[in-house]
Design a protein. Structure first.
Length: 48
């Protein structure tokens, strides 16, 4: 849905798809988490 609206782009890296968020969308999502007091943690996917 975000890709269709131009708010994200799909990138293929070594056969695995990733989605890059638009900077404004990314900031908005982080702000909404911060307002709720939830901790923001980075997640690194395990490689097979």
């Amino acid at each position: 849905m975000l890709t269709a609206r131009g708010l994200a782009a799909e990138v293929d890296s070594e056969g695995s798809p990733y989605w890059l968020l638009d900077a404004e969308t990314h900031a908005s999502l982080l702000e909404s988490l911060a307002e709720r007091g939830l901790p923001v943690r980075a997640f690194l996917a395990a490689t097979a």
